[in-house]
Design a protein around this ligand. Structure first.
Ligand SMILES: C[S@@+](CC[C@H](N)C(=O)[O-])C[C@H]1O[C@@H](n2cnc3c(N)ncnc32)[C@H](O)[C@@H]1O
Length: 258
């Protein structure tokens, strides 16, 4: 098993090559299957209603959900007992995915909400709210073996600032909100990958649910955010990405880290 590398292949093929129980944490952001785009093509500037991505090419909702179930079945097999998993998803599918993670054997734990402080603005005439929230399902193989929440809370702005968090929770440092607030990926961090997750929504959860030298799996690496965050936190990583171009973005980001 070659680790600390993003394999340029389908995760369905790659996962089958992994031995049982070798993974400490899954952190992943699969395609969201934003099929509604097909229904709004007639609208002028429909791309600001929902965005289409070339890697979202499923023929139906059933095909999409079966694909994720096949991936998650393999994920369950390769996870060590006590491993946690985090799975980003669109609001259309969150409750389906809660059921799927349980069907393949994981325990569903909580849905985590990311509030994007700079979402693409809603267009008044469309009578739609802006898409300012994304969700992530947290699950585990049995009871999570790792939970480093206190040290993480000191390092990251879970609410608006650590001071505010500490004031609100002075007597209850055991509380950990299922909410994170930060802008979408911007500036020097941003590659040309259209759905790149900011490191700020990766680092805290990887740090909470894994330890140094653990092995973190991301079946859908994209521009490599999980790999970069894992390397920053001195975790090992393994992952897959179909697109050669995105693998190159990831390689560059990992090289830039030094
Ligand atoms: C939502 S993006 C991930 C973005 C990533 N979190 C980042 O920060 O850059 C999903 C990625 O999964 C990849 N993908 C789709 N199907 C795949 C498959 N079967 N195996 C591996 N990667 C796949 C797509 O090319 C896309 O880059």
């Amino acid at each position: 098993m070659e680790i600390n590398i993003i394999h340029n292949k389908s995760c369905l093929d790659g996962l089958k090559e992994l031995p049982d129980a070798c993974i400490d944490l899954i952190f992943t952001d699969p395609p969201y299957y934003q099929y509604r785009a097909q229904n709004v093509k007639g609208l002028k500037n429909h791309k600001d209603v929902v965005t289409e991505f070339e890697f979202d090419g499923f023929n139906s909702e059933d095909e999409y959900l079966q694909f994720l179930e096949d991936v998650l079945t393999e994920c369950f097999r390769v996870c060590k007992p006590g491993a946690s998993g985090y799975l980003w998803c669109g609001d259309d599918f969150v409750s389906y995915l809660n059921r799927i993670v349980e069907r393949v054997g994981f325990q569903f734990r909580k849905v985590i909400h990311w509030h994007k402080t700079n979402p693409f603005p809603a267009i008044y005439t469309r009578k739609m709210y802006s898409n300012s929230m994304e969700m992530m399902v947290h699950f585990s193989k049995g009871i999570p073996k790792t939970w480093n929440h206190k040290s993480v809370n000191e390092m990251h702005n879970f609410i608006h600032s650590p001071e505010q968090y500490n004031q609100q929770h002075e007597n209850d440092m055991a509380e950990m909100p299922n909410f994170i607030q930060t802008p979408i990926c911007m500036g020097k961090e941003r590659t040309k990958h259209k759905t790149q997750k900011p490191l700020k929504v990766c680092l805290p959860y990887i740090e909470i649910s894994s330890n140094q030298d653990d092995l973190v799996l991301d079946p859908f690496m994209g521009s490599g955010s999980t790999a970069v965050a894992s390397k920053m936190l001195q975790r090992n990583f393994i992952g897959y990405e179909l697109s050669e171009e995105f693998c190159k973005f990831a390689e560059q980001r990992l090289t830039d880290l030094g």
